[in-house]
Design a protein around this ligand. Structure first.
Ligand code: DGL
Length: 266
């Protein structure tokens, strides 16, 4: 469908299966501080990564419809699982532009010297047609050590970030043993685990996530469409359908300095 962006001062909509996409919100807010945002944390349905493709599409459609109703000018699908399973359907059915997030395997492949790359992502992302097709382009010269981060999103959504260490050791050890020099974090929840991951992996291994690339892509689209917000009074609204206090804790964790923050249930 052709894109039709609303007013330049309309907010950017962002959704995720929960709080993970706040790692993307942070990058967006840093790069585009004048932009207003509306964030939806569909925590009640997390983890998306263990759901069927149809269920992931249904959740993504529901989130999209709410963000459109709330007057957003563009939607950032701040979830690898939703992007890799549902963005094609969303783009076909809605005229609003979508920016998605996918595991950053291309930059990892370009900079890898050992030609071995670890990918930590959800089952839904690793088994998606989009991920398989993208990684296929590099498989002639690179080995991907793909590991499903089962259980990690559940712990993060319960606010138990420090309890992920045991699982992370289990998931990262085969990557380290295989000689990876890059580890791609293919889930927007995982940047919250970086301090723990750094304690587990040797120093020379790079950790790559897609947050900055998503923010840059959003800026480029808004620039191209002449829809960057010219006003300097950005407002931020955060919706969750689960635990408002936990959402506030995560905003503290990412050091969110916003002028107006509202928390709402949906
Ligand atoms: N944050 C998500 C992602 O980037 C979804 C994780 C999940 O709900 O399983 O994949």
């Amino acid at each position: 469908m052709p894109h039709r962006l609303k007013n330049s001062n309309a907010p950017i909509g962002i959704f995720d299966s929960g709080l993970g996409g706040l790692s993307i919100w942070k990058e967006l807010n840093q790069l585009l501080p004048n932009e207003s945002t509306i964030y939806l944390a569909d925590s009640i349905n997390a983890p998306y990564g263990e759901k069927s493709k149809d269920e992931i599409i249904n959740f993504s459609v529901k989130n999209t419809e709410l963000l459109i109703k709330l007057g957003c000018k563009l939607i950032v699908v701040a979830c690898n699982t939703a992007t890799t399973n549902a963005i094609k359907t969303l783009r076909k059915n809605y005229s609003i532009p979508f920016i998605g997030i996918e595991p950053a395997i291309k930059p990892a492949a370009l900079q890898s010297k050992t030609h071995k790359i670890g990918v930590l992502a959800t089952k839904g992302t690793l088994s998606s047609e989009l991920f398989i097709a993208t990684s296929e382009q590099f498989r002639h010269s690179k080995d991907f050590i793909e590991v499903e981060g089962k259980g990690l999103v559940k712990l993060i959504e319960a606010g138990k970030i420090h309890e992920t260490e045991e699982l992370l050791i289990k998931y990262l050890t085969p990557m380290i043993k295989n000689g990876v020099d890059n580890i791609v974090l293919g889930c927007s929840h995982y940047p919250f685990l970086i301090p723990i991951i750094k304690k587990i992996i040797p120093e020379g291994i790079h950790i790559i996530d897609s947050g900055k690339a998503v923010a840059l892509q959003t800026k480029n689209i808004l620039l191209k469409e002449n829809k960057l917000n010219q006003s300097t009074t950005a407002t931020h609204t955060f919706y969750t359908n689960k635990d408002v206090q936990l959402l506030m804790d995560f905003l503290t964790l990412i050091d969110a300095k916003t002028n107006i923050v509202e928390y709402k249930n949906f």
